[in-house]
Design a protein around this ligand. Structure first.
Ligand code: C2E
Ligand code: CA
Ligand code: CA
Length: 575
């Protein structure tokens, strides 16, 4: 459409002096919003046509007047502009350029077209168009592309692009760039409590505060809900972001006041990764800082953590294991090992604890200490736990039938598994299916099961106990262990953690605590099992203080089914 206008206008300009159609062209010209400069290069004549005075307050009647036009553009644009004005000198036919006029901020587009005859320039038209509105729209679009609408901070894309260019510069100058991921703790809870509008307001207010850090060396971006990134070019010191983080801590120590009068106090955690130590790529740097931020969160509110290679390696390892884990779940590459537990006084086999192993594709065994925490995080513990119950109970039923042994089968139950509403039903159905007496089964739970909803958990424990299933409190002494709450718990057995047994011989205070635990637990009517017993001295000591049962490498490592079967066929007394 513009081209068409241009053609019509140019024709009009060229034929301006022609009679007959002159009026028509003049009409077209005078209604055009554009201005034109027509040059008859052979006769050396210049005309201004169209809406010239809508643009300029001077006339151009001769070549010398073009100086005034050149004066209109910014100094830095003058050379290019002159080239366009005298386009015939470069033998070009057409060129377009845009200039912002410093005098009034208007954006003008100049399009110069030269007509040649026998390679000689004969005439030239320069069309001048006001493109201020279009420019403004482009700027708005650019704003939307670069900025986060909610906070007015940079968005992720722009942050990445600035960071990338800083990294390039830092590479050349052998400098560093630090990226900090800042995240509000428990934002979801705050948001749910306040409602979306107030949640957004909080994000804006905090974002506005962070914006204060912006300068030529620092940029701030808002990426998602409650996550912000700050990048600092060539920061000083090894803990480069401490100063900014301290300022953030200072701010969040007092509440944010929202428009509806609410006062909200927040805490934030941060993770820092630096170029070139953490990574040489901007995206990886951002990812690293985010991973480290999650690590910081695990340390509690208002924590900051800096990237260290082992943290990242650990993260990579976890991903690796996660992949192996889903593979193992799909192809059932799990095995149960069984570790014997002996009665300390009689030396008789009391029972076995089923301990899961995972085999990778090469047949290598992977320890549950490595994959269970990951499976608990990603939910795979549910199918894995179900498999452990099925496999353990099935094998146990077969042993009983063959060896008529009177053993306890201990099964480790994860908190997530335990809390599922169908847990009790499924377990009972399994016992029924394999004709196993519930009193032969002991579920090992850790204190983490009790944390979230104590009353609910205890209710379930009572249900299990009503069916005759035994409950054992595992790893006692490592968590929030307090003897005072033990009283109300419907448990049968308490397992004293290996960490006590490790030092009980050398360390007198551990002895005092261990003895207190054993005697108190006995008074409460529970059985005790000492875990991780590795030496004869430990065994003798534990026997002497009347710890009921012993489990540990001294008497038997976790072993595959065949070995347990061998043990059972040989009788049940410790060696
Ligand atoms: P846990 O329940 O405390 O199991 C005892 C751990 O101590 C086992 O490690 C066992 O091999 C080890 N252990 C026993 N005696 C000794 C000893 O004398 N010296 C030393 N150094 N270690 C000893 P394992 O088999 O690697 O299991 C680690 C943890 O993985 C278990 O700790 C348990 O929390 C978890 N786990 C194992 N199997 C399962 C399962 O089927 N389900 C669930 N949810 N967790 C399981
Ligand atoms: Ca256990
Ligand atoms: Ca344990």
């Amino acid at each position: 459409m513009n081209d068409l206008h241009f053609q019509v206008d140019m024709l009009q300009a060229v034929n301006q002096q022609l009679n007959g159609k002159e009026k028509m062209y003049q009409l077209i010209c005078s209604t055009s919003k554009n201005a034109f400069l027509y040059f008859d290069l052979q006769k050396n004549i210049i005309h201004t046509v169209g809406n010239w005075h809508g643009f300029f307050d001077f006339k151009v009647e001769a070549a010398k007047d073009l100086i005034k036009l050149i004066d209109y553009v910014d100094d830095q644009d003058k050379t290019g502009f002159q080239e366009l004005l005298y386009l015939e000198r470069t033998k070009e036919k057409n060129r377009t350029a845009e200039y912002k006029l410093p005098s009034n901020g208007r954006w003008l587009e100049f399009e110069c077209t030269v007509n040649y005859e026998n390679e000689q320039p004969v005439e030239k038209v320069i069309r001048i168009r006001d493109i201020t509105k279009a420019k403004k729209q482009t700027e708005d679009l650019r704003y939307m592309a670069y900025y986060d609408m909610l906070t007015g901070l940079y968005n992720r894309n722009y942050f990445v692009s600035v960071l990338s260019s800083w990294i390039r510069e830092a590479h050349d100058a052998k400098e560093s760039v630090a990226v900090m991921c800042v995240d509000i703790d428990n934002f979801k809870k705050i948001n749910d409590g306040l409602g979306l509008v107030a949640g957004d307001e909080l994000i804006q207010s905090f974002g506005l505060f962070l914006k204060g850090f912006m300068d030529e060396k620092t940029i701030v971006a808002h990426v998602t809900d409650d996550t912000y990134f700050i990048a600092v070019k060539n920061p000083v010191g090894s803990h480069s972001m401490d100063e900014i983080f301290a300022a953030i801590q200072k701010r969040v120590s007092s509440p944010f006041r929202l428009m509806d009068g609410h006062e909200v106090t927040i805490s934030v955690c941060a993770g820092v990764a630096e170029y070139p130590d953490a990574s040489e790529s901007s995206l990886e740097l951002i990812n690293c800082s985010e991973i480290v931020m999650f690590r910081a969160k695990a340390q509690g509110p208002n924590s900051i953590m800096y990237f260290e290679a082992p943290i990242f390696q650990n993260f990579i390892d976890n991903i690796h294991i996660e992949n192996k884990l889903s593979e193992a779940v799909n192809t059932n590459r799990f095995v149960l090992y069984y570790q014997p537990q002996y009665d300390s006084a009689s030396g008789k086999l009391r029972g076995v604890e089923a301990l899961i192993r995972m085999q990778d594709e090469t047949g290598k065994m992977i320890s549950p200490g490595v994959f269970i925490p990951i499976a608990e995080k990603n939910g795979m513990i549910v199918p894995i736990g179900t498999w452990v119950l099925e496999e353990g109970i099935k094998k146990y039923a077969a042993w009983r039938e063959k060896y008529d042994c009177n053993l306890v089968l201990s099964l480790n139950i994860s908190a997530i598994q335990y809390k599922r509403p169908d847990f009790v039903g499924k377990l009972l159905a399994l016992l029924e299916e394999h004709k196993v007496n519930p009193k032969d089964i002991e579920l090992e739970i850790t204190e983490s099961v009790l944390i979230d909803d104590f009353d609910q958990v205890v209710k379930k424990l009572h249900t299990l106990k009503d069916y005759g299933i035994r409950i054992s409190l595992d790893d006692f002494g490592t968590g929030y262990s307090s003897l005072s709450y033990l009283k109300g718990l419907p448990i049968d057995t308490l397992k004293i953690d290996k960490s006590f047994i490790d030092t009980v011989i050398q360390d007198e205070s551990t002895q005092v605590i261990t003895e207190a635990i054993v005697s108190m637990v006995k008074k409460l009517g529970y059985e005790t099992v000492a875990e991780g017993v590795e030496t004869k001295e430990q065994y003798e000591y534990l026997k002497q203080i009347h710890c009921d049962n012993i489990q540990g490498f001294l008497l038997g490592k976790p072993m595959p089914e065949e070995e347990i079967v061998r043990l059972l066929s040989q009788g049940t007394v410790a060696g």
